[in-house]
Design a protein around this ligand. Sequence first.
Ligand code: ADP
Length: 327
Amino acid sequence: MSTKISKIGILTSGGDAPGMNAAIRAVVRTGLFHGLEVYGIMRGYQGLIEDEISVLNSRSVANIIQRGGTILKTARCKDFFEYEGRKKAYENLKKRGIGGLVVIGGDGSFRGAAQFAKEFKISCIGIAGTIDKDIQGTDYTIGFDTAVNTAVEAIDKVRDTMEAHDRIFIIEVMGRDAGYIALHSGIATGAENILIPEIKTNIDDIATSLQKKGKRKKLVNLIVVAEGDDFGGAEEIQKILIKKLPKAEIRVCILGHIQRGGAPSCLDRLIASRMGYYAIQCFLEGRKNVFVGIHNDKMNYTPLESAIKSKGHICDEWLKIVKVLAS
Ligand code: ADP
């Protein structure tokens, strides 16, 4: 082992995502397999600063692969933005001889890890875990597949009642900066309109097409909107559409946090297991300060400091398909 790291810490940070437990399990078991000591850090960077750190063994991660959430809990931590906070965090690692840190989280958590590794003698390896799938350098992020399947199941149910009553439904899904959950779940549920932060929403176009459909007696219409759409989410769009279509029955359903919970899908368990396994390989091979992703079904390593949200990568082709299939 070129870096001589014999003790590592692991934490989950930022927004939780189903499948994080599967990744924790993979990191712990692979680390132990290779003779590393593994420490679990509670509540992300907050627990690192507050010294909430304990040894994990193989049994600590038994029976968690199928559980949503994260056994290590997660948090956002203001103190880690400050040098003093990061220094405290480092001292807690140093006194235990921990030389490597696995950070499961999104681009924000990776930027924090990059800064930490720049200032202190610590190797950080990231694992892409976010339901939003908005990190450049990986085709998958842990939690997205589960979240999108939860959304699909819920939207299917709303569609049943929508059809029964000839209503227009605006369903809001998660995605403050990214429209992937809306785009995937919207196409999969046959939505007539999908509104996402990456594309400017033309509400007049939507109203005109709804008026036309009203003439054909097709008043049912499913609109899936990401919470970060430029009009400000489902309730704002409802207000505007009610003014333009006073006779229509327009309802809103905000799916909210159910999208974060639940048992991870098979795909999320698989990618979490693979990424966790390869995070340990990074330490063994002396790879430093990168995050583990998957691109074209191969492991892909991106420097933590260049972790950025993927924007504008929403496929125009997919949106064309939505228009054609809704016609
Ligand atoms: P996510 O990882 O899901 O994108 P956040 O953006 O909220 O979530 O980041 C999680 C945490 O990472 C923050 O609360 C903070 O503690 C840490 N962090 C993010 N950006 C930085 C930064 N530039 N410097 C130091 N720490 C950061």
